[in-house]
Design a protein. Sequence first.
Length: 399
Amino acid sequence: MRFRLAPTPAQEQGLLEHCSQARYVWNLAVEQHQHWRPGRKSAPGYTEQSRQLTEARREFEWLAAGSQTVQQQALRDFAQAMSNFFAGAHRRPTWRKAGVHEGFRIVGRRGWQWDVRRLSRKVGEVRVPKVGWVRFRWSRQVPDSAKSFRIKRDRAGRWHVCFAVIPPPINAPGTGEVVGMDRGVVVSAALSTGERLSVSGLRGTEAQRLLRLQRRLARAKPGSNRRARVKMAIGRLKAREADRRKDWVEQTSTVLARRYDLIRVEDLKIKNMVRSARGTRRAPGTNVRAKAGLNRSIHAAGWGPLVTRLEDKAPGRVEKIDPAYTSQSCHACGYCAAESRESQAVFRCRACGHADHADVNAAKNIRDIAAGRAVTARGALQPLGGAVNREPQPVLTSG
């Protein structure tokens, strides 16, 4: 649960110091683990790093002036990140950069009635070590189950406090309805019901202003005040775009979880799809700029966050389907041909003449299959919906 934080200028300075110290401790831990090589002594774990932190706080006054809770929690977070990396759940922890990774985490050791309090209908306060009580916008009730919170500053200069709470799942309506969802670039999510949903990105004037600011940033001198102001303006526009995308994901996932008992989506390997086409110096890639634009469009469409939030809100009710041939097969007769998809939006079957929006047709195919496509003994793809595939298939003879 995230709330908008409203620190005073003095409190903001204290929060920035906590962020820099947490980032400093994190980067030291990253350096220690990157120094390890086969044959060397293993990198120190959390217990040893915590002991080293205690010695460093005795030696350096600027480190001792900060919060030990914030610094030790950064080491705990790093230890957990390394455990996730060795378990294969996440990537290896990397360096944190000033201006990009501004945040720290606090774990409550006492009851939340001591750390969070409500002042009025829309104003609350959270106690931050060595900063004091910082106000935030009380937009909803903070659950008593919250035992930790993270304070972050985004690139637009906004502060937020995020409480670690697992929200309850949304109950199924019990109607037995099943929906298929096809994700695309132009249409972010097309449903088998015919609905076409798209993320609200930047408006035309905002996109033009972003382009002007990016050009101005390229001409600005590194380290200058002008460059800092331009980066902040770009950060505000980017944050506005990200907020709109997140709001769309939250609202769409909530509506789908409340409306349908089963939601079938494509099992897309987004990480592989957005991989750069740059290649190497010896084997450079082709159409690099076009592929980079496609990758940005995929990220902007919110493919991954939408399915992630659906799985969080409707656990066990999201089914991933093999996407092979779902956009080339006719939902009416099952005929499969790449030529049937005349354009991004138009699908016209070459066998029966059935016409529909291409993404909606794919969503209907995703809805009506539960385990992908089976392969028959003759080597032909089994058609969707049990219809007869009208493509000529080769007959396999024995011997």
